[in-house]
Design a protein around this ligand. Structure first.
Ligand SMILES: [Mn+2]
Length: 291
């Protein structure tokens, strides 16, 4: 028997890349491309059912409605963040589960703030990313950018670093970032550790970290995945997760999460939409297995 679906998922596009101050711009085109790719998955629904070749079972097709795009103001980052956060809080207020399609990774903060403002109690964040995103502020990027989303998110009053974890980290970063994460920061599973643990153990470790949070926000910067599997990203960092690992992890985490964001997909650097397609897979697995 297929499982009964009882959550409604609502897509919100954030076609904005004005905070792509270091990486390649182009994420503004991602929501449309991911929606296109998602259409090739949802067209396989028959009589409200979908056949998973991985479980061998028929599943209730997830209820995914499209709430359109956030009111992005291309020249005004702060207004865009505010409008996006409000739209996300409204989705939660309507008892829907937000699926946020970025946009550059300033969407990490607007997503966190929207989930935070739309809920009560402790919020934990599961943050997939090659990068820390804990930049405080600098002249080139300001206080809100694609590099500071996790820092700003953890400053929200009910956000808890003790219930948050970053996955897929690699490459090098500023020593000041080490000072921050070692004192005020969330737990971490580097890309290397993820591979050494394996997906199931990594999932267990993630769920252990967020246990006790009242609300869990899953934010997935597509650059957590290796550029070989996700070339359409805002930055290329070799040595990342495989698409297999990403899909399986999101599938396992979905029932425990109250919102999903997929950020930094960049159609301008993509190859034959393979990264937008991966993002659509993450969305559909999240909704199907998190229903
Ligand atoms: Mn990143």
């Amino acid at each position: 028997m297929p499982a009964t679906s009882n959550r409604t998922f609502e897509i919100l596009g954030v076609p904005f890349d004005g905070a792509a101050t270091l990486g390649w711009p182009g994420a503004r085109y991602a929501p449309a491309k991911i929606r296109d790719a998602l259409g090739w998955i949802t067209m396989r629904t028959e009589k409200g059912l979908v056949y998973s070749l991985e479980t061998g079972q028929l599943h209730s097709a997830p209820t995914i409605v499209d709430g359109g795009d956030a009111n992005v103001i291309p020249h005004d980052l702060e207004a865009t963040l505010t409008n996006t956060s409000q739209a996300i809080a409204d989705i939660i207020g309507n008892n829907n589960v937000p699926i946020i399609l970025g946009g550059d990774d300033s969407t990490l903060f607007s997503g966190s703030k929207g989930v935070h403002d739309g809920t009560t109690g402790i919020m934990g964040i599961i943050h997939f990313d090659a990068h820390l995103d804990v930049m405080d502020e600098n002249e080139a990027q300001g206080a809100h950018s694609q590099s500071s989303g996790m820092r700003r998110s953890l400053e929200l009053p009910r956000a808890s670093a003790d219930h948050s974890i970053q996955i897929g980290l690699r490459h090098f970063n500023f020593p000041s970032s080490q000072a921050y994460v070692s004192t005020a920061g969330p737990a971490q599973i580097t890309a290397y550790e993820f591979d050494a643990l394996g997906t199931d153990a990594a999932v267990a470790k993630i769920l252990q970290r967020v246990a006790g949070a009242d609300t869990v926000f899953l934010s997935f910067d597509i650059d957590a995945v290796d550029p070989a599997h996700a070339p359409g990203a805002g930055a290329h960092e070799p040595g990342g997760l495989t698409s297999r690992q990403a899909i399986d992890t999101v599938r396992a985490l979905a029932p425990h999460c109250d919102a999903l964001a997929v950020t930094e997909v960049n159609p301008l650097t993509d190859h034959r939409d393979m990264t937008s397609n991966l993002a659509a897979y993450l969305v559909y697995y999240f909704a199907t297995f998190g229903a």
